[in-house]
Ligand binder design. Structure first.
Ligand SMILES: [Zn+2]
Length: 101
């Protein structure tokens, strides 16, 4: 596993804003913008999105209608659990590398 903290190539800041764009013509896209110098730091195009703490209804609106309610509830439980678990792993790995946020 490789962990990299996003750093502004312009000013070296690690403080950023995430701006999300979604629409019919575009996959969900995240623009990472430097909080200090306002330059674009990175762009991510996502095929999966989970917003921790927003709950099942919010997550459900982003899913296709091809799955049953039971399958969606199971999938939400899995994505919620795996997101928290992955976050814990990332924070632990950063700490072991003596890197703070
Ligand atoms: Zn910057």
């Amino acid at each position: 596993m490789e962990l990299k903290r996003q750093t502004c190539q312009g000013c070296g800041s690690r403080e950023h804003h995430n701006v999300l764009r979604r629409g019919e013509e575009h996959p969900l896209t995240v623009y990472v913008i430097c909080a200090r110098c306002k330059e674009l730091v990175a762009r991510y195009k996502l095929d999966s999105y989970y917003h921790h703490g927003k709950g099942f209804e919010s997550w459900l609106r982003r899913q296709g209608a091809s799955e049953s309610g039971r399958d969606l509830a199971t999938a939400f439980g899995e994505v919620s659990h795996s997101s928290v678990a992955e976050f814990a792993d990332v924070m632990s790995e950063l700490a072991s590398l003596d890197k703070d946020l």
